[in-house]
Write a protein that binds this ligand. Structure first.
Ligand code: SAH
Length: 219
């Protein structure tokens, strides 16, 4: 008989997350409450809790559990805050943020992924707004946000992300630093300007320009 998913999630948290350096108990509790196996294609469900990203179709991936945990901890968010995610993918990161008590808007450029994440999150009662769009522009309609998280590797911090972040807000993103190398960046919007701090090296799929050309434009 398959193990209960809660046991797999507990082991994942102990071995891959606490075993490294993520200690924030609220982040750990949020991760423990989200059934990651429901965010991966059924053929990968048995690997859902292993220490790696997994394919989710359209050449995209659900991030490695540790990366989701690390980025969530770096956000240092409080319940009730408004957060913008760039790169919905499977919707797993959005679900973890929602489980933390955040109000989540998430932008995805591939219509089929946006649609399936929206349905999946709705079926599980996660209160997340998924937007089909080019996340390089953020999502001005509901700005400003207390936090911005980018889950695709980007060459730069887009001007709209800075503009849509409240004073005192924090952005977390994987930045391309040198060829083939990416590093997590936290960027705080302080009174006298932005302050950047560099963290772990990482590996994300690249952010792409505009809407996916195969997506129906009216989705
Ligand atoms: N956070 C996701 C994983 C993200 S993978 C999860 O938890 O599953 C990166 C995602 O960013 C992919 O789905 C990709 O289509 C999306 N993406 C890439 N460029 C984008 C852009 N310009 N705007 C919005 N989404 C983008």
């Amino acid at each position: 008989m398959a193990r209960e998913w809660q046991n797999e999630a507990t082991d994942m948290i102990e071995e891959q997350i606490v075993g490294r350096d993520v200690k924030d108990t609220r982040v750990l509790a949020a991760l423990a409450s989200v059934p990651r196996h429901l965010f991966v294609p059924s053929e990968h469900a048995s690997s859902a809790y292993v220490d790696r990203p997994l394919p989710i179709g359209s050449q995209q991936t659900i991030s490695q559990p540790y990366m989701v945990a690390k980025m969530t901890e770096l956000l240092a968010a409080e319940p009730g805050m408004r957060i913008l995610e760039i790169g919905t993918g499977s919707g797993y990161q959005s679900a973890v943020l929602s489980a933390l008590g955040l109000r989540v808007w998430s932008v995805e450029r591939i219509a089929s992924l946006a649609e399936s994440a929206r349905k999946r999150l709705g079926d599980m009662n996660f209160d997340v707004t998924v937007i089909f769009g080019d996340g390089r522009l953020g999502h001005a309609e509901n700005a400003p946000y207390d936090r911005v998280i980018v889950t695709a590797a980007t060459g730069r911090v887009e001007p709209e992300w800075d503009r849509q972040l409240v004073r005192g807000g924090v952005l977390v993103a994987p930045l391309n630093v040198t060829t083939g190398n990416q590093r997590l960046l936290t960027r705080e919007n302080l009174e006298h300007g932005f302050r950047n701090t560099w963290h772990d090296y990482c590996k994300f799929v690249p952010i792409l320009m505009g809407l996916d050309p195969e997506s129906p434009s009216s989705s």
